[in-house]
Design a protein around this ligand. Structure first.
Ligand code: AMP
Ligand code: MG
Length: 423
């Protein structure tokens, strides 16, 4: 008779006291990692995705002059009628790029278009929908405010103001602002060089037939995608078999040219030891286990002058460790100021399974309820091999270290996957 034993090896060492809590691991990265040396001057447009190596100060007021926010008539506030209507004499036109050169005197107005400089003497714009033009006479009613519909010089950026400090990553909004300052070239950190490879005798590349026990390598695709998006120079070094000599050669090669070396697989119990031995010969390893799930075995250290990130082999663990630690660390190396991922609190509609003693990054789906409340649901099974849980998700649900299971209806922290402006 077969005796059924329920045994989940991954749960055995859940409260492993040698595991580093997520916050402590974060602190270590923060203190250990510095931006790479090397700054270059680039044309503003080419700086998208790069990190500023210098403070940017405004050399102009933006906008450069008071201008109209609407199409209408520029006039003196003193001519606005307190009640009834007033008739003003039309004396000219001001267009964006073609100012009106005269002065607006009492009882006069100028036809003005959005973006046109306010003519001297005028300080208020009445929009065209609220004015009645008849030849050279413009009739306006009451209920207007002095100074309305005028954009002030320097209201966006003031001359001499620090617009961005060093360490800011240039995204679409920053690029637009750099453009508005009229800058041609700016100083940015040089591009980071990152090499990555997968380890595992079972891994095959696309285009080959799978033999028994083999699987296709997905981690190199995931890493390719996230590294491309980050905007670094990437070198894909392929699959390296679980052999010490091959591994050592790969580590040496990668560390010879890369600022950072990322591997997946070979850091779990049983496989870890020989990878660890090699790394200890070639460099140093900082920590081997983080109290998180998925992604507990995560190695971090250096080989020569290169930083090393040894990710677990499980595809979901790769995603979780990438977002929580590797991407922030690489951003720091790229010169960026370090920031924890954005999170906010919403109610979970599902019960979430969880054991105390590790931070969990469960996959969730954020959705707006018909009543307008933003809530989260779990994607279901949280196995670290189930990569489709990540593609169906749009956020991590972060369940803290000491927390047990979370009841439906409780509030939880979520980290959305996508940043709005793509910085
Ligand atoms: P390891 O960390 O090497 O023990 O691998 C843990 C699990 O992840 C095993 O089931 C591996 O087959 C799987 N795995 C490792 N590397 C990859 C990869 N590059 N692509 C897909 N699955 C992988
Ligand atoms: Mg392996």
């Amino acid at each position: 008779m077969n005796k059924q034993i329920s045994f989940d090896p991954s749960c055995q060492d859940d409260s492993d006291p040698t595991s580093l809590p997520v916050d402590a691991a974060w602190e270590r990265i923060q203190t250990d990692i510095q931006p790479v040396a090397g700054v270059e001057r680039l044309n503003v447009r080419q700086s998208l995705g790069r990190v500023l190596a210098e403070d940017i100060r405004s050399t102009v007021d933006v906008p450069a002059h008071d201008n109209s926010a609407m199409d209408g008539y520029a006039l003196r506030a003193a001519d606005l009628p307190a009640s009834g209507t007033a008739a003003l004499r039309l004396v000219g036109t001001a267009l964006a790029g073609r100012p009106f050169h005269g002065t607006v005197a009492a009882g006069e107005c100028v036809r003005i278009m959005t973006g046109a400089p306010m003519p001297p003497g005028s300080d208020t714009v009445v929009i065209q929908e609220q004015a009645e033009a008849d030849g050279n006479s413009v009739r306006i009613g009451a209920d207007h405010k002095p100074g309305q519909n005028v954009r002030r010089a320097g209201e966006d950026l003031q001359l001499g103001q620090t617009v961005f400090s060093a360490g800011t990553r240039v995204g679409p909004a920053e690029l637009g602002m750099l453009g508005s300052l009229g800058l041609v070239e700016i100083g940015v950190y040089r591009r980071l060089r990152v090499a990555y490879f997968s380890t595992g005798d079972e891994l095959q590349s696309a285009g080959t037939q799978l033999e028994a026990g083999q699987i296709y390598d997905s981690n190199r695709y995931t890493l390719h995608a996230v590294l491309q998006r980050l905007g670094v120079d990437v070198t894909d070094m392929g699959v390296v078999p679980d052999e010490p000599a091959a591994m050592e050669t790969a580590f040496r090669d990668a560390a010879g040219f890369a600022d950072a070396v990322i591997t997946s697989g070979g850091v779990s119990v049983g496989e870890a030891d020989f990878v660890k031995d090699i790394l200890e010969q070639l460099g140093e390893v900082s920590f081997w286990k983080i109290a998180m799930r998925p992604g507990r075995p995560l190695a971090f250290g250096r080989i020569g002058s290169a930083r090393f990130f040894g990710l677990p082999g499980n595809p979901v663990s790769v995603v979780a460790t990438w977002y929580q630690f590797v991407q922030p660390a690489l951003r720091r190396m790229m010169g960026q100021k370090l920031e924890r991922p954005l999170s906010f609190r919403v109610r979970t509609l599902d019960r979430l399974r969880k054991r105390p003693g590790r931070t969990e990054f469960q996959r969730g789906i954020l959705k707006r309820q018909p009543d307008g409340e933003l809530v989260v649901r779990t994607t279901g099974s949280q196995g670290s091999g189930i990569l489709n849980s990540v593609s169906r998700a749009n956020c991590f649900i972060v369940v803290p270290h000491d927390s047990g299971a979370i009841a439906a209806g409780e509030y939880v922290d979520v980290q959305p996957f996508e940043g709005v402006m793509g910085n």
